[in-house]
Every structure is written in structure tokens, then in C-alpha cells.
Design a protein around this ligand. Structure first.
Ligand code: SAM
Length: 244
């Protein structure tokens, strides 16, 4: 099994945006999601996008009036994001997201960690320290917004664990999941037709098994108040606020 960074650098980064249905569609979905969580009423200022990837949340936040710092370990995804930024106030940083405080020169009014990035952290303790750093860094009244897949509540069995993610005539992406007590091993399989020949690549990485209750408890322990927590079709959304 590879590290998260090796997995993205060697396999997932090059097809990530395609796998998610393309940049424009993914940005539009995230715009809608942020709107439904209350984006219009949140104070503007500095936003930090933890594990921003190619920018599915970064772009809507910058377009909504935030200055955005996007952190990610995958340099090709950050390069892809920069092709979309134009004159928007977006700064990209290639670093581990847990180091985010050292890249800030002002207190953020918003920190987001969405699109299942949170489950990529290695241990539950990594979340504890991330949430404490977020609570310390945020401006009073600032928010931490999380979006991740609940891999803890339901376990797929047998052939359900094989997930056809996206198929096109020249590229097929399939994923299968191996469940362990505290994590899931995610195996990504890519078939790509190059010069008429099918080329196969496979790589795997770990995701934490998290759910809304466990994460909300950790947020409260870090001193953040959960103002919204919901799980819909296995997708968890949490908005936590730093009290004034
Ligand atoms: C599932 S993608 C989500 C990207 C984006 N937020 C979205 O919704 O499309 C997870 C991203 O987190 C990044 N990532 C995972 N662990 C990281 C870490 N410890 N530090 C920085 N980036 C990380 C990966 O490189 C990848 O781009």
C-alpha cells in the first residue's frame, strides 16, 4: 500500500478531475453544497482550503469574495488548479495540510476540509490536533467546514465492494474497498487505452473510518461548536464555529 502522496502522484492525481465528472460540474456541485450550508451569511476574509486538490471548493470560495490559501501535497493537482484561478485571489501551497498554520499571515474566517480529504489523515489523533490548530487559528466567529464519506456506519460486503467509478471508451476507473476495524484500504484500478493498447495501473491507500458523531465529539473537545451536522447517502457535512 502506498502513502497518500505516492498514490496521488502515481495514479489518482492524473485522473482525479476526470474521475469526479470534470472540473466545471464538480465546481458547480460544490458551489451548491456551500450555498446550502450557509455560505452567503458567513463573514468574508481569509479562507483556507485543506486538501484543495484541483480546486472544487477553492474556486467557489474565491468567487464568493474570500482570499483563499489552498494546501495540498499533490503538485500536479495544484498546477491544474492554477490554470483556473485567473485574477482570483488564490494562493496555492504544496505542503502537508496539518502544517497550515505556518502558511497564514492573518486569522482565517473560514477553514474548509471537504471532498473526503479528512479521511486521508493517518490517525484519529491527527484529527484531534488539526481541530485544535483550527480552533486556535480561526478568527472569533470563524467556521470550520468538513465534508467526508462515512466509512464507519455501513460496511459493503462481497462484490458490493467493487465500485465502477467512471467509464469512457478509452479510460475505465474502478475502485474496491477492504474494510479493517479503524480504516478502509482503498484500491484504485485504472485501465487506459494508449495507442490502441490497454494499460493497467493499480495503487492503494488508507482512509479512516469516521462518522458524524465521532468527528463532532472531537470538534467539541477542541472548543468548536457544531452548528450543523448531517449525513446524506453516506456523505457527512459538518459546520463548526469558533465562539466569539
Ligand atoms: C479526495 S481529494 C479532495 C480534493 C478536493 N477537496 C475536492 O473536493 O475535490 C483529497 C485531496 O487531499 C490531498 N491530501 C491528502 N492528505 C493530505 C495531506 N496530509 N496534506 C495535504 N494534502 C493532502 C490529496 O492530495 C488530494 O488532493
Amino acid at each position: 500500500m502506498s502513502t497518500v502522496q505516492a498514490h496521488y502522484d502515481q495514479l489518482l492525481g492524473s485522473v482525479y478531475t476526470w474521475m469526479a465528472g470534470g472540473f466545471a460540474a464538480a465546481v458547480a456541485r460544490n458551489q451548491q453544497l456551500l450555498d446550502s450550508l450557509g455560505l452567503a451569511s458567513w463573514p468574508r476574509g481569509l479562507a483556507v482550503d485543506l486538501g484543495c486538490g484541483s480546486g472544487f471548493q477553492t474556486l467557489p470560495l474565491a468567487e464568493a469574495g474570500y482570499q483563499v490559501v489552498g494546501l495540498d501535497l499533490c503538485a500536479p493537482l495544484l498546477a491544474e488548479l492554477r490554470t483556473h484561478t485567473g485574477h482570483l485571489p488564490i494562493r496555492t501551497v504544496c505542503d502537508d495540510l496539518t502544517h497550515f498554520p505556518k502558511h497564514l499571515d492573518a486569522a482565517p474566517t473560514l477553514i474548509v476540509c471537504m471532498g473526503d480529504t479528512l479521511t486521508h489523515l493517518p490517525f484519529l489523533e491527527s484529527l484531534t490536533s488539526l481541530f485544535h490548530d483550527a480552533a486556535r487559528s480561526l478568527a472569533p466567529g470563524g467556521r470550520l467546514v468538513l465534508g467526508f464519506r462515512d466509512l464507519a456506519t455501513h460496511e459493503l460486503k462481497g462484490s458490493q465492494r467493487f465500485i465502477p467509478v467512471r467509464s469512457e471508451p478509452d479510460q475505465i476507473f474502478t475502485c474496491f474497498l477492504d474494510y479493517h476495524p479503524d480504516h478502509v484500504e482503498v484500491n484504485d484500478l485504472l485501465h487506459a487505452r494508449v495507442d490502441g493498447q490497454w494499460k493497467f495501473s493499480a495503487s492503494s491507500y488508507r482512509k479512516l473510518r469516521l462518522d458524524a458523531t465521532r468527528v463532532s465529539t472531537l470538534l467539541a473537545a477542541a472548543g468548536l461548536s457544531v452548528e450543523h451536522a448531517s449525513t446524506e447517502q453516506g456523505l457527512v457535512r459538518i459546520v463548526a464555529v469558533k465562539n466569539r
